[in-house]
Design a protein around this ligand. Structure first.
Ligand code: GDP
Length: 435
C-alpha cells in the first residue's frame, strides 16, 4: 500500500484534511514503547486505490523550534512516503516556514502535491500565489467543508506509483521461507513443491515469475515468495551475507506467513533473531521450523528442551508455533502447510466488539490498570480495527498511563480466549475524554 504523508506547519489544517480523506474514521495513535507518538496512521481508499495516510503533524511546537521540527518532519516524509501532500494555509499566504519546507520537498524525488487549504471561495482567496513555492499548481481545498477534496484525491491517485501486477488469486497465502544458508530452505521448498502437487504455471510478463513459486493444494492457492536460487540444486552460492539479509527482508515484506527455518544441529544466530524480529515488527504470521531433526539423537524430552531454548532466545515470539521436521526424510513436512493454513486464518480472525469489551471489562476487574499519583488508566471502549495482524484499539482517558506490562497482560487475556496463534497482535491506544 502506498504511503501518503501529510506535511505542513501547525494549524494549516493537516488533521482536518487527514480526517476528511480518511472519511471521518478514527485515526490511530501508535502507542508502543520506542515508537514516535507524533504520527497518525489511517488506511484510506479512493477510486479503488488503497493507501495509508500519515499525518506527520499532531504536535504543537514551541515557536522557536518549529522550523527545525517541520524540516525534520518533511525529511521523514520524504524518506518514508510514496507521495506527499504539502498543506499550506491559503488565507495566511506564504510564510517563511512554508518556503523552508518547499525547499526541502523540491529536492526530493517523490511526487508532491501542494494543497492550499481553507479556500472556501475560489475567487476570493488568492491561492495561486503559492505557485511561487515551485511545487507546481496549488490545489485549492477546504478540508473543513470538504470542498474540492474529491479533485485533490483524483490527482493524488493519478500520481501514486502503479501497484505491481499481482498475478495470484485473491486468497493466495504468500509464504516466505527464511533462514541462514544451509539450514535446508531449498530442500524444504523442493519437497513442498513436490510431484504430487500441481504447480501452477507462471504467468508470463511479470517479473515475479522468476522468483516466486506458486502452487495449489486442496483447492487452495499458495505462493512461496522469492525462491530464486532455492529450487535449483546447484545454485550459485550467495556471496555476501548482507545481500541475503536484504533479500530476506523483502521476502518477509511480501509474505503473509513467514517460515523461519533453523538447523537443529546449530545454535540460533543473531542474524536469525534480527530477521524474525523484523517479521514480528511487520505483523507477519510466523512459524518456527526446526529442520534436520533426523540428525538429532533424541528421547521423549528432546523436543521440549529444544522448544524451551528456542522460546527463551526468541522471547518476543511466544505466540509462534514450532515444528520439528526433516527435509531429508520428509518427516512432518506435510504438517507445515497445515500450520500455514492455521496461522493464516488466525491472523485474519475478527473478534466481535461486544465480546471484546466484555473481555476487557473482566480483565480490568481482575487486575486494575496502572495509575500515576493522580489518576488511574481508564479503558472506555475497545474495538478490533483490523486483521493481519489483528489490531485492537483501546479508547482510554490518557495513553500515558499505560504500562508495557499491563498492555502485555491485556494481550495475554485476548490470546487466552481467542488464540491468535502464530500472529503478532497490535494494541493501539487512543485518547478519548470521559463523558
Ligand atoms: P539452504 O541453503 O537453506 O537452501 O539449504 P539446502 O536446502 O541447500 O541444504 C543444505 C544442506 O543440508 C544440503 O546438503 C541438504 O541436503 C542438507 N539438508 C537439508 N535438510 C536436511 C535435513 O532435514 N536433514 C539432513 N540430514 N540434511 C538436510
Amino acid at each position: 500500500k502506498p504511503i501518503i504523508a501529510i506535511v505542513g506547519r501547525p494549524n494549516v489544517g493537516k488533521s482536518s484534511l487527514f480526517n476528511r480523506i480518511a472519511g471521518g474514521r478514527i485515526a490511530i495513535v501508535e502507542d508502543m514503547p520506542g515508537v514516535t507518538r507524533d504520527r497518525l496512521y489511517q488506511d484510506a481508499e479512493w477510486q479503488g486505490r488503497e493507501f495509508t495516510l500519515v499525518d506527520t503533524g499532531g504536535l504543537d511546537f514551541a515557536e522557536d523550534i518549529i522550523t527545525s521540527q517541520i524540516r525534520k518532519q518533511a525529511e521523514m516524509a520524504i524518506a518514508e512516503a510514496d507521495a506527499i501532500l504539502f498543506v499550506v494555509d491559503a488565507r495566511q499566504g506564504i510564510t517563511i516556514i512554508d518556503e523552508e519546507v518547499a525547499k526541502t520537498l523540491r529536492r526530493a524525488d517523490k511526487p508532491v502535491l501542494l494543497v492550499a487549504n481553507k479556500v472556501e471561495h475560489f475567487d476570493k482567496i488568492p491561492y495561486y500565489e503559492f505557485y511561487q513555492l515551485g511545487l507546481g499548481e496549488p490545489i485549492p481545498v477546504s478540508a473543513a467543508e470538504g470542498l474540492n477534496t474529491g479533485d485533490l484525491l483524483d490527482t493524488l491517485v493519478s500520481i501514486l506509483p502503479q501497484p505491481e501486477e499481482d498475478p495470484y488469486p485473491p486468497d493466495t497465502i504468500r509464504i516466505a521461507v527464511i533462514g541462514r544458508p544451509n539450514v535446508g530452505k531449498s530442500s524444504m521448498v523442493n519437497a513442498i513443491l513436490g510431484e504430487e502437487r500441481v504447480i501452477v504455471s507462471n504467468i508470463p510478463g511479470t517479473t515475479r515469475d522468476a522468483i516466486d513459486s506458486p502452487f495449489e493444494q486442496n483447492g487452495k492457492s499458495y505462493v512461496i515468495v522469492d525462491t530464486a536460487g532455492m529450487r535449483r540444486r546447484n545454485r550459485i552460492d550467495v556471496p555476501a551475507e548482507r545481500y541475503s539479509v536484504v533479500r530476506a527482508l523483502r521476502a518477509v515484506d511480501r509474505s503473509d506467513v513467514v517460515l523461519m527455518v533453523f538447523d537443529a544441529t546449530e545454535d540460533i544466530a543473531e542474524q536469525d533473531k534480527k530477521i524474525v524480529g523484523y517479521a514480528h515488527d511487520k505483523g507477519k504470521a510466523i512459524i518456527l521450523v526446526m529442520n534436520k531433526w533426523d540428525l538429532i539423537e533424541k528421547d521423549d524430552k528432546t523436543m521440549n528442551k529444544f522448544e524451551k531454548k528456542l522460546k527463551a532466545e526468541l522471547a518476543f515470539l511466544p505466540y509462534a508455533p514450532t515444528i520439528f521436521v526433516s527435509a531429508l526424510t520428509k518427516q512432518r513436512l506435510p504438517k507445515i502447510l497445515e500450520l500455514v493454513d492455521f496461522v493464516a486464518e488466525e491472523a485474519s480472525k475478527r473478534v466481535a466488539t461486544a465480546d471484546l469489551n466484555n473481555l476487557i471489562r473482566d480483565a480490568v476487574q481482575a487486575t486494575p490498570p496502572p495509575a500515576d499519583k493522580h489518576r488511574r488508566l481508564k479503558i472506555f471502549y475497545a474495538t478490533q480495527g483490523g486483521v493481519k495482524p489483528p489490531t485492537f484499539i483501546l479508547f482510554v482517558n490518557d495513553p500515558e498511563l499505560m504500562h508495557f506490562s499491563y498492555q502485555r497482560y491485556l494481550e495475554n487475556k485476548i490470546r487466552q480466549t481467542y488464540g491468535f496463534e502464530g500472529t503478532p497482535i497490535r494494541i493501539f491506544l487512543r485518547q478519548r475524554e470521559a463523558r
